[in-house]
Design a protein around this ligand. Sequence first.
Ligand SMILES: [Zn+2]
Length: 298
Amino acid sequence: MNKQSNKGYKNISYHKPKECPYCKNKNIVKFGYRYNCTKKKQRWKCKDCFKLWVIEDGFWKMKKTRELITQCLNLYMNGMSLRKVARHINQFSEVKTTYRSVHNWLMKYSFMLNPFSQTIDYDLSRVYHVDEIFVKCKGEQHYFWDIIDRDTRVLVANHYSTKRDGRSARTLFLKVKNPPMRLFSDGLQGYRKAFRKVWGQKTRRQDRLIYTRLKQSQDRRNNIVERIQGTIRERVKVMRGFKAIWSAKAFLELFAVYYNFLRYHEGIDSTPIEKAGINLNLEGNQWLNLIYRSKGIF
Ligand SMILES: [Zn+2]
Protein backbone atom coordinates (compact mmCIF):
# COMPACT_ATOMS: atom_id res chain seq x y z
CA MET A 1 0.00 0.00 0.00
CA ASN A 2 1.77 3.16 -1.12
CA LYS A 3 1.38 6.55 0.45
CA GLN A 4 -0.41 8.04 -2.56
CA SER A 5 -3.37 5.70 -2.28
CA ASN A 6 -4.17 6.93 1.21
CA LYS A 7 -4.59 10.49 0.03
CA GLY A 8 -8.12 11.75 0.39
CA TYR A 9 -8.95 9.34 3.14
CA LYS A 10 -6.41 10.95 5.43
CA ASN A 11 -8.82 13.74 6.29
CA ILE A 12 -11.36 11.47 7.89
CA SER A 13 -9.29 8.59 9.24
CA TYR A 14 -8.93 10.46 12.52
CA HIS A 15 -12.57 11.39 12.71
CA LYS A 16 -13.49 9.84 16.03
CA PRO A 17 -16.96 8.35 16.23
CA LYS A 18 -19.05 9.62 19.12
CA GLU A 19 -20.21 6.26 20.40
CA CYS A 20 -20.18 2.53 19.81
CA PRO A 21 -22.78 1.67 17.11
CA TYR A 22 -23.67 -1.56 18.95
CA CYS A 23 -24.06 -0.62 22.61
CA LYS A 24 -23.93 3.22 22.39
CA ASN A 25 -21.10 3.32 24.89
CA LYS A 26 -18.74 6.30 24.66
CA ASN A 27 -15.67 4.37 25.79
CA ILE A 28 -13.94 3.65 22.44
CA VAL A 29 -10.34 3.35 21.24
CA LYS A 30 -8.38 2.99 17.99
CA PHE A 31 -7.64 -0.62 17.16
CA GLY A 32 -5.43 -1.06 14.09
CA TYR A 33 -6.59 -0.82 10.50
CA ARG A 34 -8.77 -2.69 8.10
CA TYR A 35 -7.25 -3.09 4.63
CA ASN A 36 -9.34 -3.37 1.52
CA CYS A 37 -8.42 -3.27 -2.18
CA THR A 38 -8.33 0.52 -2.37
CA LYS A 39 -7.57 1.95 1.07
CA LYS A 40 -6.63 1.28 4.65
CA LYS A 41 -9.23 2.36 7.12
CA GLN A 42 -9.00 3.23 10.78
CA ARG A 43 -10.60 0.54 12.93
CA TRP A 44 -12.27 1.27 16.25
CA LYS A 45 -12.94 -0.88 19.28
CA CYS A 46 -15.51 -0.58 22.01
CA LYS A 47 -14.03 -1.18 25.44
CA ASP A 48 -17.36 -2.30 26.78
CA CYS A 49 -18.70 -4.88 24.31
CA PHE A 50 -15.27 -5.52 22.61
CA LYS A 51 -16.71 -5.14 19.11
CA LEU A 52 -14.66 -3.79 16.21
CA TRP A 53 -15.84 -1.60 13.37
CA VAL A 54 -14.82 1.00 10.78
CA ILE A 55 -16.75 4.15 9.99
CA GLU A 56 -19.20 3.83 7.09
CA ASP A 57 -18.10 6.68 4.85
CA GLY A 58 -20.24 5.99 1.78
CA PHE A 59 -17.76 3.73 -0.03
CA TRP A 60 -18.47 0.39 1.57
CA LYS A 61 -17.70 -2.53 -0.77
CA MET A 62 -16.63 -0.26 -3.62
CA LYS A 63 -13.97 -1.85 -5.80
CA LYS A 64 -12.66 1.37 -7.34
CA THR A 65 -11.03 4.28 -5.54
CA ARG A 66 -13.21 7.06 -4.24
CA GLU A 67 -11.32 9.58 -6.39
CA LEU A 68 -12.20 7.66 -9.56
CA ILE A 69 -15.83 7.23 -8.59
CA THR A 70 -16.36 10.89 -7.73
CA GLN A 71 -14.56 11.87 -10.93
CA CYS A 72 -17.06 9.81 -12.93
CA LEU A 73 -20.00 11.40 -11.13
CA ASN A 74 -18.63 14.84 -11.92
CA LEU A 75 -17.96 14.09 -15.59
CA TYR A 76 -21.46 12.74 -16.07
CA MET A 77 -23.14 15.69 -14.39
CA ASN A 78 -21.07 18.12 -16.45
CA GLY A 79 -22.70 16.81 -19.58
CA MET A 80 -20.97 13.64 -20.74
CA SER A 81 -22.91 10.47 -21.49
CA LEU A 82 -22.31 7.21 -19.59
CA ARG A 83 -20.27 5.70 -22.41
CA LYS A 84 -18.22 8.84 -22.90
CA VAL A 85 -17.34 8.89 -19.19
CA ALA A 86 -16.21 5.26 -19.31
CA ARG A 87 -14.16 5.91 -22.47
CA HIS A 88 -12.55 8.95 -20.88
CA ILE A 89 -11.54 6.96 -17.79
CA ASN A 90 -10.18 4.08 -19.88
CA GLN A 91 -8.12 6.50 -21.92
CA PHE A 92 -6.61 8.63 -19.17
CA SER A 93 -6.19 6.31 -16.18
CA GLU A 94 -4.68 2.91 -15.58
CA VAL A 95 -7.85 1.39 -14.15
CA LYS A 96 -10.56 0.21 -16.50
CA THR A 97 -14.25 0.74 -16.05
CA THR A 98 -17.46 0.29 -18.01
CA TYR A 99 -20.51 2.48 -18.55
CA ARG A 100 -22.48 -0.04 -16.48
CA SER A 101 -20.33 0.67 -13.43
CA VAL A 102 -20.73 4.40 -13.94
CA HIS A 103 -24.49 3.86 -14.10
CA ASN A 104 -24.45 1.86 -10.86
CA TRP A 105 -22.43 4.53 -9.05
CA LEU A 106 -24.84 7.25 -10.18
CA MET A 107 -27.77 5.23 -8.84
CA LYS A 108 -26.04 4.46 -5.55
CA TYR A 109 -25.09 8.05 -4.80
CA SER A 110 -28.44 9.37 -5.95
CA PHE A 111 -30.15 7.26 -3.28
CA MET A 112 -27.54 8.36 -0.76
CA LEU A 113 -27.40 12.09 -1.42
CA ASN A 114 -31.01 12.88 -2.24
CA PRO A 115 -32.43 12.19 1.26
CA PHE A 116 -29.56 14.25 2.72
CA SER A 117 -30.34 17.21 0.48
CA GLN A 118 -33.97 17.15 1.66
CA THR A 119 -32.93 17.76 5.26
CA ILE A 120 -31.36 21.16 4.58
CA ASP A 121 -33.26 24.37 5.31
CA TYR A 122 -32.55 27.14 2.83
CA ASP A 123 -32.91 30.86 3.28
CA LEU A 124 -35.00 31.66 0.20
CA SER A 125 -36.45 34.72 -1.52
CA ARG A 126 -39.68 32.73 -2.05
CA VAL A 127 -40.21 34.06 -5.56
CA TYR A 128 -40.47 30.84 -7.51
CA HIS A 129 -40.41 29.85 -11.14
CA VAL A 130 -41.99 26.57 -12.09
CA ASP A 131 -41.42 24.67 -15.32
CA GLU A 132 -41.66 21.22 -16.84
CA ILE A 133 -39.24 19.62 -19.26
CA PHE A 134 -39.98 16.59 -21.37
CA VAL A 135 -37.69 13.58 -21.10
CA LYS A 136 -37.80 10.34 -23.04
CA CYS A 137 -38.22 7.07 -21.18
CA LYS A 138 -38.91 3.70 -22.83
CA GLY A 139 -39.82 5.59 -26.02
CA GLU A 140 -42.51 7.59 -24.26
CA GLN A 141 -42.73 11.24 -23.30
CA HIS A 142 -42.37 11.80 -19.59
CA TYR A 143 -41.89 15.01 -17.64
CA PHE A 144 -39.43 16.45 -15.18
CA TRP A 145 -40.96 19.25 -13.09
CA ASP A 146 -38.94 21.73 -11.10
CA ILE A 147 -39.32 24.88 -9.04
CA ILE A 148 -36.48 27.39 -8.81
CA ASP A 149 -36.08 30.22 -6.35
CA ARG A 150 -35.33 33.43 -8.22
CA ASP A 151 -32.65 35.12 -6.09
CA THR A 152 -30.71 32.12 -4.86
CA ARG A 153 -31.37 29.82 -7.87
CA VAL A 154 -31.97 26.95 -5.47
CA LEU A 155 -33.93 24.09 -6.97
CA VAL A 156 -36.64 24.00 -4.33
CA ALA A 157 -38.50 20.89 -5.43
CA ASN A 158 -38.55 18.44 -8.31
CA HIS A 159 -40.91 15.77 -9.51
CA TYR A 160 -40.96 13.12 -12.21
CA SER A 161 -44.24 12.16 -13.85
CA THR A 162 -45.56 10.28 -16.83
CA LYS A 163 -48.23 12.87 -17.57
CA ARG A 164 -48.30 16.63 -17.98
CA ASP A 165 -51.39 17.51 -15.96
CA GLY A 166 -52.66 19.33 -12.88
CA ARG A 167 -52.29 16.32 -10.64
CA SER A 168 -48.55 16.17 -11.26
CA ALA A 169 -48.28 19.92 -10.64
CA ARG A 170 -50.05 19.38 -7.33
CA THR A 171 -47.64 16.62 -6.30
CA LEU A 172 -44.79 18.98 -7.13
CA PHE A 173 -46.27 21.80 -5.04
CA LEU A 174 -46.80 19.49 -2.08
CA LYS A 175 -43.06 18.85 -1.98
CA VAL A 176 -42.28 22.55 -1.39
CA LYS A 177 -41.46 23.27 2.26
CA ASN A 178 -41.70 27.08 2.20
CA PRO A 179 -44.82 28.31 0.37
CA PRO A 180 -44.11 30.92 -2.31
CA MET A 181 -44.79 34.65 -2.07
CA ARG A 182 -44.98 34.71 -5.84
CA LEU A 183 -45.05 31.92 -8.36
CA PHE A 184 -44.40 32.32 -12.08
CA SER A 185 -45.24 29.64 -14.58
CA ASP A 186 -45.61 29.08 -18.30
CA GLY A 187 -48.81 28.37 -20.16
CA LEU A 188 -49.93 25.10 -18.54
CA GLN A 189 -53.49 25.47 -17.24
CA GLY A 190 -53.12 22.93 -14.45
CA TYR A 191 -50.87 25.15 -12.35
CA ARG A 192 -53.60 27.57 -11.29
CA LYS A 193 -55.85 24.87 -9.91
CA ALA A 194 -52.95 23.10 -8.25
CA PHE A 195 -51.82 26.37 -6.67
CA ARG A 196 -55.30 26.98 -5.25
CA LYS A 197 -55.59 23.43 -3.96
CA VAL A 198 -52.24 23.42 -2.22
CA TRP A 199 -51.78 26.96 -0.93
CA GLY A 200 -55.32 28.36 -1.18
CA GLN A 201 -56.18 31.94 -1.96
CA LYS A 202 -55.05 33.66 1.19
CA THR A 203 -55.31 37.44 1.00
CA ARG A 204 -53.72 38.40 4.28
CA ARG A 205 -51.88 41.65 3.65
CA GLN A 206 -48.60 40.54 5.22
CA ASP A 207 -48.22 37.25 3.50
CA ARG A 208 -50.05 37.42 0.21
CA LEU A 209 -49.55 34.58 -2.20
CA ILE A 210 -49.62 35.55 -5.84
CA TYR A 211 -49.71 33.31 -8.86
CA THR A 212 -48.79 34.66 -12.29
CA ARG A 213 -49.11 32.76 -15.50
CA LEU A 214 -46.80 34.07 -18.18
CA LYS A 215 -47.68 33.59 -21.81
CA GLN A 216 -44.87 33.63 -24.27
CA SER A 217 -46.70 35.73 -26.83
CA GLN A 218 -47.94 38.29 -24.34
CA ASP A 219 -45.13 38.81 -21.92
CA ARG A 220 -41.41 39.11 -22.29
CA ARG A 221 -40.99 38.20 -18.63
CA ASN A 222 -41.28 34.58 -19.67
CA ASN A 223 -37.66 34.96 -20.75
CA ILE A 224 -36.73 35.01 -17.07
CA VAL A 225 -38.30 31.59 -16.65
CA GLU A 226 -36.41 30.34 -19.66
CA ARG A 227 -33.12 31.82 -18.49
CA ILE A 228 -33.41 30.50 -14.93
CA GLN A 229 -34.41 27.10 -16.22
CA GLY A 230 -31.68 27.20 -18.87
CA THR A 231 -29.06 25.25 -16.95
CA ILE A 232 -31.45 22.46 -16.11
CA ARG A 233 -32.87 22.30 -19.62
CA GLU A 234 -29.40 22.19 -21.11
CA ARG A 235 -28.43 19.03 -19.17
CA VAL A 236 -31.76 17.26 -18.99
CA LYS A 237 -32.46 17.63 -22.69
CA VAL A 238 -29.45 15.51 -23.62
CA MET A 239 -30.34 12.83 -21.06
CA ARG A 240 -32.39 10.80 -23.48
CA GLY A 241 -33.37 7.20 -23.69
CA PHE A 242 -33.97 6.25 -20.08
CA LYS A 243 -34.78 2.56 -19.75
CA ALA A 244 -36.88 2.65 -16.57
CA ILE A 245 -38.82 5.21 -14.61
CA TRP A 246 -37.01 4.55 -11.34
CA SER A 247 -33.60 5.10 -12.92
CA ALA A 248 -34.72 8.23 -14.77
CA LYS A 249 -35.98 9.54 -11.44
CA ALA A 250 -32.69 8.72 -9.70
CA PHE A 251 -30.63 10.40 -12.45
CA LEU A 252 -32.67 13.58 -12.22
CA GLU A 253 -32.63 13.64 -8.43
CA LEU A 254 -28.85 13.36 -8.42
CA PHE A 255 -28.71 16.13 -10.97
CA ALA A 256 -30.80 18.29 -8.60
CA VAL A 257 -28.27 17.62 -5.83
CA TYR A 258 -25.39 18.52 -8.14
CA TYR A 259 -27.18 21.67 -9.25
CA ASN A 260 -27.88 22.90 -5.72
CA PHE A 261 -24.66 21.94 -3.96
CA LEU A 262 -21.83 21.77 -6.46
CA ARG A 263 -22.54 23.66 -9.63
CA TYR A 264 -20.94 27.09 -9.76
CA HIS A 265 -23.53 29.57 -11.03
CA GLU A 266 -22.18 32.51 -13.02
CA GLY A 267 -25.32 34.60 -12.54
CA ILE A 268 -25.00 34.63 -8.74
CA ASP A 269 -21.21 34.10 -8.55
CA SER A 270 -21.46 31.06 -6.25
CA THR A 271 -23.32 27.79 -5.87
CA PRO A 272 -27.06 28.13 -5.11
CA ILE A 273 -26.62 26.66 -1.64
CA GLU A 274 -23.96 29.24 -0.70
CA LYS A 275 -26.23 31.99 -1.94
CA ALA A 276 -28.95 30.57 0.31
CA GLY A 277 -26.72 31.10 3.34
CA ILE A 278 -25.44 27.56 3.93
CA ASN A 279 -21.74 26.74 4.05
CA LEU A 280 -20.85 23.05 3.94
CA ASN A 281 -17.09 23.65 3.48
CA LEU A 282 -16.88 21.58 0.33
CA GLU A 283 -13.32 22.33 -0.74
CA GLY A 284 -11.09 20.27 -2.99
CA ASN A 285 -12.97 17.17 -4.14
CA GLN A 286 -16.47 18.51 -3.64
CA TRP A 287 -18.29 15.29 -4.49
CA LEU A 288 -16.21 13.35 -1.98
CA ASN A 289 -16.79 15.88 0.77
CA LEU A 290 -20.50 15.97 0.01
CA ILE A 291 -20.71 12.17 0.33
CA TYR A 292 -18.83 12.34 3.67
CA ARG A 293 -21.19 15.07 4.80
CA SER A 294 -24.26 12.97 3.97
CA LYS A 295 -22.80 10.23 6.18
CA GLY A 296 -22.37 12.65 9.08
CA ILE A 297 -18.57 12.85 8.85
CA PHE A 298 -16.85 16.21 9.69
ZN1 LIG B 1 -20.00 -1.35 22.35
